[in-house]
Design a protein around this ligand. Sequence first.
Ligand code: NAD
Length: 392
Amino acid sequence: MEEIDFIKKSVKQWAKPEKVQGSLLNFPSSNYIHPSPFGVSLIIGAWNYPFQLTLAPLVGAIAAGNCAILKPSEMTPHTSALIKEMIESTFDDAYIAVVEGGIPVNQTLLKQPFDKIFFTGSPAVGKIVMKAAAENLTSVTLELGGKSPCIVEKTADLEVAARRIVWGRVVNGGRTCEGPDYLVVHEEVKKAFVDKLKKYITEQYGSNPLESPDYPRIINRKHFDRLTAYLSNGQVVAGGETIAEENYIAPTLLDEVAWEDDVMQEEIFGPILPILTYSNEDLLIAKIRKLPKPLAFYMFSTNRSTQKKFLKTLDFGGASVNDTISHLINPHLPFGGVGNSGAGAYHGKASFDVFTHFKSVMKRANWLDVPLRYAPYKGKLQLIKQAFKWMA
Ligand code: NAD
């Protein structure tokens, strides 16, 4: 709602043609940038926030003047059906339509010559989408995921850091695209910090998270099996309980994890937090720089020069310092990844821009037509040089 209100207030201004400075070589002329819709957009959503990830891009598509087809995730069929019902009762389907279905439906949609494709999902499917978009040379925005690092430096406020990291990792059962995927804690504070993480898991989800009304289950058996396989990595120091019949995995801390372990190879997307340690920040930066570029980066530190060093030298979509996830809430900050975590951004003004083609238009006056640019060119170079000298 905040995003809709913000965009409604601003869209008139954003959609206006903007007059820009002319160039001497085109004198006399007036020059404009005309925002115009791409045309028909395809918006493909992921399942972890199935409502938000389908409708938030739609807000931008509508603001910029596009028609759109929405394809919500088939993994959340109830939300998908609700979105269809809402959209059908609100919009003419020649303007905004919903197409439900799984991979075959998506494959069929991706063959159509859309003017814009906006995809939210995994890097693996992002590649499929980008290849399909290439066939029609369609503009594509990819909102993907990946392994977002979370560094806890020794100057961090450990109490606040533990509370905010537990929230960021465990909220929505750990299925937040830009949630902190793994922790790297300075070795001097590691032990104290792990104790605080345990304390906040209990404080937020009780001593038995199975009974917490705020703690969800894993979406299906496939993901349950994928996640439980990680529990043999490192050492379980909190949680670790599983109930297959319920797809339940307790919020789990894995200590003593190594960079080579399975849990460090793919995005976890579940309530499991691996903990690694570091002592030398330059080596840590060098290590992270070798990994695919993450969607988010988190740093808990009260040392400004250390914060600056990490923020400047690492590549990532967006970052929160001394918090997790929260930078995405601000509509004034574009949200998106880079490299393996995505291409393009949205939220706020960026949502309008991502669904807009900015037409450049120059209107030339007829009353002056300096013949310098027309052939024959013999002798004209000297004239041009003199003219520029005179103007300098
Ligand atoms: P996914 O890539 O499996 O599926 C996303 C969409 O692609 C679904 O609508 C699905 O129907 C379709 N799809 C799946 N396989 C396909 C195929 N072979 N061909 C064509 N279409 C196909 O992703 P997911 O499991 O729904 O979501 C999890 C991933 O999404 C994670 O990597 C997460 O980090 C990422 N994610 C990113 C953001 C973001 O805003 N950057 C938000 C949420 C989730």
